[in-house]
Design a protein around this ligand. Structure first.
Ligand SMILES: NC(=O)c1ccc[n+]([C@@H]2O[C@H](COP(=O)([O-])OP(=O)(O)OC[C@H]3O[C@@H](n4cnc5c(N)ncnc54)[C@H](O)[C@@H]3O)[C@@H](O)[C@H]2O)c1
Length: 367
């Protein structure tokens, strides 16, 4: 899963780290290597102005180390803005482990990874991402306290996906309010691409509200399961993007809004859970704006998961998690309106709000 903004061929090989587009002022990058366990990992710490850099660990069989580096840099940068715009006192970080999670992940490898995390003394706090389970975080917890997303029995906040889905639902409703004047999704045609942990929970909210939900996934088993459970319709065509719809919800991989799809997308709104949905933030954000498609920025509306794990650090309960997640509705509306007023893309408006919070804290810290 490469959430690429630049394709690997364009990576500036003469300046492999600091010169990369996705480097974007990272504070620290840690390369972790252990021959005995086969661990090869990269930890990206983008920014710690607001607090420790928190972000999940992804294990993926990358085609190249360049791809892994690009992925971790993109993802950790995204975490900085996600936490900033959500009002959390967290910085942005992320880790990738290079390898096949199904065949190469062992408790020894996870423990070794945990030791590297521990060596950063809390500057980076990990959690789960693609290829990781709660049980892996429990293994990491056996060697370091700098981990979230652990089992409830160990004091963790449990599976973040339902909260992430609820936040996406809130962001989607706000985008509907902005677009149609009402946030009621009943009767709206919504395509959910990717019905994994988050996608399924989103489908449940949408079908409960009476939306007409189409689902797409590479797993036929998942499709049939979600169809039977919630009454969603399995999409049978071969080009989802060109179908006429009210809302497109990308909940699988990143970069599905790209050069190939951006001019085909036939939706009024894009609102989904996937990280880094725009392959090129500036270019594709601008094309969506020109085409009158309302894009609810991914890092804003998929923040439910980080709100959930932040509870483990701050010791707040379920009620506060829900309150913070519901606030995604207000922030989304504010961003969509400010983008319109400032004549900038919604992605730029969201970045601006996040950056303003970071800059304000920097000033406070100096004075
Ligand atoms: N889990 C969270 O709390 C959380 C938080 C923030 C962001 N996200 C992002 O949301 C997305 C979904 O997360 P998840 O936890 O549900 O992951 P998941 O692995 O449970 O689900 C992903 C689903 O997408 C499907 N898929 C993969 N490739 C596809 C393709 N080309 N077309 C259609 N379907 C495809 C998979 O079969 C799977 O069912 C990811 O991009 C993740 O980074 C998740």
């Amino acid at each position: 899963m490469i959430t690429e903004v630049i394709n690997a061929n364009e990576i500036h090989k003469a300046d492999p780290v600091f010169g990369q587009l996705s480097f974007d002022d990272h504070e620290q990058i840690v390369f972790c290597n252990d021959k005995d366990t086969g661990l090869k990992a990269i930890i990206g710490i983008h920014n710690t102005v607001l607090g420790p850099a928190l972000g999940g660990t992804r294990m993926w069989n990358y085609d190249s180390e360049w791809d892994a580096l690009n992925d971790v840099l993109r993802l950790s940068r995204g975490m900085t803005f996600k936490s900033a715009i959500t009002g959390l006192n967290l910085g942005g970080g992320k880790a990738v482990i290079i390898g096949d999670a199904k065949t190469q992940k062992t408790p020894e490898l996870m423990k070794k990874f945990g030791e590297f995390v521990h060596s950063l003394s809390g500057k980076y706090i990990t959690a789960e991402d693609v290829g990781m389970a709660t049980s892996d975080m429990d293994t990491v917890r056996s060697v370091t306290p700098y981990v979230t997303g652990i089992s409830e029995s160990l004091g963790g906040a449990g599976n973040p996906s339902p909260i992430t889905a609820y936040g996406v639902f809130m962001g989607m409703k706000a985008a509907a309010k902005y677009t149609y004047g009402s946030d009621v999704l009943e009767g709206k045609t919504i395509f959910v691409e990717g019905i994994g942990n988050v996608g399924e929970a989103l489908v449940e909210h949408l079908t409960n509200e009476g939306a007409q939900v189409f689902i797409a996934d590479i797993s036929q088993e998942r499709l049939e399961y979600v169809r039977d459970k919630y009454g969603a319709v399995i999409y049978g065509g071969n080009n989802l993007y060109s179908e006429s719809m009210d809302i497109y919800a990308p909940c699988a991989l990143g970069a599905t809004v790209n050069d190939l799809t951006v001019n085909q997308i036939n939706a009024k709104i894009i609102a989904g859970a996937a990280n880094n949905q725009l392959a090129d933030e500036q270019k594709h954000g601008r094309i969506l704006q020109e085409r009158g498609i309302v894009y609810a920025p991914d890092f804003l509306i998929n923040a439910g998961g980080i709100i959930n794990v932040y509870a483990e650090l701050e010791n707040y309960g379920r009620q506060e998690i829900i309150r913070k997640t519901e606030n995604i509705y207000n922030t989304t509306l504010e961003i969509l309106k400010s983008a319109e007023n400032d004549k900038i893309t919604t992605h730029q408006a969201a970045l601006k709000m996040a950056q303003q919070r970071i800059e304000a804290r920097k000033k406070e810290n100096k004075s």
